[in-house]
Design a protein around this ligand. Structure first.
Ligand code: PLP
Length: 432
């Protein structure tokens, strides 16, 4: 039986099919039998127009760390709405948010706001190339930095090719850009170092998700990457769109104790509104205004850059995250959920790897430990899909690739999630 039962709900889904290519805006898509429309979110739950609820581990793909419609964020946004929505000029909220970011994030001496994480990584790379006077960038296989042309090389779901060959991960990217990107294996410091040593003179930047998708850095990997990039003077960019303000208030760079030259922030910092940021060392950030040898500065104009409504939401979110015990609670919730999932998988006889750190969790159905992107390709994708859709049927929403936990999740949600894990894995074990 499809989720959408009443005519109004079905009509909305039909209109989505009619007006959006593929029935979506490019984000999560679900097969017709599981498709539904979100009418509202509150705390740890989202609701369809018929009032059916899902415990939400999608969390808008990560921004909603306080849960949906958090009263302090709603109040901050309402207060700003009465003062105007956007100005294309300095505004008090954006200045206050920049000050809060500089106080929080170790590498952040200055800030430039953008509207999305994709723009933040795009401009961080452009800025690094301008500073360094070199064109190529190095990214990691399987790493995701948004959907711009440089980022969409060797992203998830592609067959591996020899390092450091870049392969376009989207139609429409100029073939010539493959020559501007080098690909290295995340968590393999020796191979990465060899690529950097060989190509250092052509490299304008190295960009990495410090915690790549759901892969934790092996001890020494980020430190080694920091050392080799510093040795050659290549700007190291941490993409902290996911990890920023999530693993620790200062992000992954605080959590792992490795400070990059630049970072891209997004998701949490905009409190659920369109805001992201390039942050970093003032000497590099100066190239937004300091002409290069040919008299050019780094262009980075955006109509909504530093939007005051989004900045107000970000400020209210960061204020809530500064309360004592918040990160202990986020880590405890994550640990509890991962342990619960691992125990339920064992109970039903599945060989699987539970991944995650802080308020993130994921499962890969493979008996082998997972450390690199290529290890993840060994996992049984069909089992993963069944698990995912089974959870949806049992009132639990997450993306196929990870689960995000919020401060609005508590014992009741964990208990209901445990029941869903048990029911879904029991059914999968029966059918196996
Ligand atoms: C690590 C990382 N970088 C960049 C992005 C792109 O951010 P946005 O979707 O806001 O463009 C994402 C989005 O999920 C991400 O996970």
């Amino acid at each position: 039986m499809p989720f959408a039962q009443d005519a109004a709900h079905q009509d909305l889904l039909a209109k989505a099919q009619r007006y959006f290519p593929g029935g979506s805006n490019g984000n999560m898509t679900l097969p017709p039998e599981y498709a539904f429309v979100i009418a509202r979110g509150e705390g740890a739950r989202v609701y369809d127009p018929e009032g059916h609820a899902w415990i939400d581990y999608l969390l808008g793909s990560g921004p909603m760390i306080l849960g949906h419609a958090h009263p302090r964020v709603v109040a901050a946004v309402q207060e700003q709405l009465g003062r105007g929505s956007t100005f294309f000029y300095l505004n008090d909220k954006a200045i206050a948010l920049a000050e809060a970011i500089v106080a929080a994030v170790p590498c952040a001496e200055q800030v430039r706001f953008t509207s999305s994480g994709s723009e933040a990584t795009f401009f961080a790379l452009r800025l690094a190339r301008a500073y360094r006077g070199r064109d190529k960038i190095l990214k990691f296989e399987g790493g995701y930095h948004g959907s711009h042309d440089y980022a969409m090389m060797n992203v998830e779901g592609q067959d591996p090719v020899p390092y450091p060959q870049a392969v376009r991960g989207s139609a429409g990217i100029p073939r010539s850009l493959e020559a501007e990107v080098l690909i290295a294996p995340y968590n393999d410091l020796d191979t990465t170092t060899a690529i950097i040593e060989r190509h250092h003179d052509a490299l304008g930047a190295v960009i990495v998700e410090p915690f790549q998708r759901m892969l934790a850095p092996v001890p020494g990997f980020l430190q080694g990457l920091r050392e080799v990039t510093a040795h050659y003077g290549i700007p190291l960019v941490f993409d902290e769109v996911v990890t920023g303000f999530r693993f620790a208030y200062g992000g992954a760079q605080e959590y792992y104790g490795v400070v990059p030259d630049l970072a891209a922030l997004g998701k949490i910092v905009g409190g659920g509104y369109p805001l992201a940021a390039v942050v970093g060392r003032a000497e590099i950030m100066a190239h937004f205004v300091q002409p290069d040898a040919e008299g050019r500065v780094v262009g980075q104009i955006g109509t909504l850059n530093g939007n005051p409504v989004a900045a107000a939401a970000g400020l209210a979110t960061l204020e809530a995250l500064r309360q004592p015990g918040v990160y202990d609670r986020l880590h405890a919730l994550g640990r509890q959920l991962r342990e619960l999932l691992a125990a339920t998988l064992r109970e039903h006889g599945f060989a699987a790897q539970v991944l995650g750190d802080g308020p993130l969790f994921h499962v890969l159905f493979t008996a082998q430990p997972v450390q690199t992107y290529r290890d993840t390709l060994q996992a049984d994708a069909e089992k993963q899909r069944r698990f995912h859709y089974g959870l949806l049927q049992h009132g639990v929403l997450k993306s196929l690739s990870k689960g995000y936990i919020s401060l609005a999740h508590g014992e009741a949600e964990l208990e209901a999630t445990a029941q869903a894990f048990d029911a879904v894995l029991a059914a999968m074990a029966r059918d196996a």
